[in-house]
Write a new protein. Structure first.
Length: 223
């Protein structure tokens, strides 16, 4: 390798050549000060759900609690959850969160209107559809909307956090019951098995439940 190639390789690798010797140091500016290289923060995918152990190094319990809930918020604010927590009488559907077609309403107890209950179309299991854009019909034995008091559509994560902790708005659940619902309820679990044509919620229900429990254990603080 001739001298020009050596110089090019050195600059490409961030080394300094001084008196013909390679030094394991960053390039030095004309003023004699070494610039501090910018280190980008690692990208965090919204489709990834990190477990509680990721946040264990955060020393302050309140800050760790908030970080845990923000991570769980990837699931809570995902279309698989928000679509069934609308702020209106009409559910949302698809990853684009469009108003439900055909036009249906919440009805009493979130089960649909008389003569057109949610389970009129939504059966006990997902049904694969052929020749239509939706690809599949969601299904679950308990298919219904969340109570209006638990509307998440358009809410900030902090507002949702305060809402789900409030027994007056969460169906009378204490934190233990809230964890049980999040970690083990099979309708919540449908979010990770939504049928063809829909993006599943990030991660899985087991990790989601672990995040919720760790959030509770650190004081259940809200963003």
């Amino acid at each position: 390798m001739h001298r020009g190639q050596i110089l090019a390789a050195a600059f490409a690798s961030g080394l300094t050549i001084l008196g013909g010797a390679f030094l394991g140091a960053p390039l030095v500016s004309a003023q004699g000060t070494a610039p501090v290289p910018a280190v980008p923060a690692p990208a965090v995918s919204l489709k990834e759900l990190r477990g509680p152990q990721t946040f264990a190094p955060i020393p302050d319990a309140r800050e760790r609690s908030i970080a845990l809930f923000v991570e769980a918020g990837k699931v809570i604010t995902h279309p698989r959850c928000v679509n069934c927590h609308p702020v209106t009488e009409r559910p949302l559907q698809t990853d684009a969160q469009r108003p439900h077609l055909p036009r249906v309403v919440r009805g009493e107890a979130g089960l649909g209107s008389p003569g057109l209950a949610c389970t009129s179309c939504h059966q006990a299991d997902n049904i694969r559809l052929v020749g239509v854009s939706l690809k599949s019909m969601p299904g679950h034995p308990k298919w219904q909307l969340a109570p209006l008091e638990m509307a998440w559509e358009g809410q900030t994560l902090g507002a949702i956090c305060a809402q789900i902790k409030d027994p007056a708005r969460n169906g009378g659940k204490d934190l233990a019951a809230l964890h049980e619902h999040m970690a083990h309820d099979s309708l919540v679990g449908w979010g990770w098995n939504p049928g063809e044509g829909r993006e599943p919620a990030p991660g899985n229900q087991e990790v989601f439940g672990q995040l919720i429990q760790a959030w509770i254990d650190t004081g259940a603080h809200c963003p």
